[in-house]
Design a protein around this ligand. Structure first.
Ligand SMILES: [Zn+2]
Ligand SMILES: [Zn+2]
Ligand SMILES: [Zn+2]
Length: 144
């Protein structure tokens, strides 16, 4: 049996019905290594062999196929983070809180912190709730 904990870029692409290309593999591996969210610019900087359009298209297809979800940020600079296993094509289930560290600028998924239920006025139907918490992360909060 294959280990389910070993997240393999190739297997992830197949699972989400994406053909395996060199570019997709490399971009996905960046996310697997990052341990946090990356912006378009982060991806471009990390691998300068990609042009802007390739990065843009690859990120879009990952979002469409349930591989990455987007996180809105105050600087109008959307970040992308890996989804959990529950997400599929056009059906995301990323109802967790995101944390932005104002010191190191890192954005992380708090997978185990659920978005609080909101009591909306009658007639309002919620489709998606995004909670972004700003503050100081565990690493930056440590006294030096
Ligand atoms: Zn998702
Ligand atoms: Zn930090
Ligand atoms: Zn997330």
């Amino acid at each position: 049996m294959m280990s389910s904990s070993a997240k393999d870029a190739r297997a992830l692409l197949k699972k989400h019905a994406l053909s395996v290309t060199e570019g997709r593999l490399r971009i996905l591996e960046l996310f697997l290594r990052a341990g946090g969210a990356l912006s378009h610019a982060d991806v471009e900087k990390a691998d300068t062999t990609f042009d802007r359009v390739t990065v843009y298209r690859t990120l879009q297809s990952f979002v469409e196929k349930g591989l990455l979800h987007t996180i809105p940020t105050s600087e109008n600079n959307v970040r992308y983070a890996l989804c959990n296993d529950a997400c599929t094509t056009h059906r995301h289930q990323d109802d967790h809180v995101h944390f932005v560290c104002d010191v190191c600028r890192k954005t992380v998924c708090l997978d185990h912190v659920a978005v609080p239920a909101l009591l909306l006025p009658a007639g309002f139907v919620s489709e998606q709730v995004q909670v972004v918490v700003h503050g100081v992360c565990d690493l930056c909060a440590r006294p030096r």
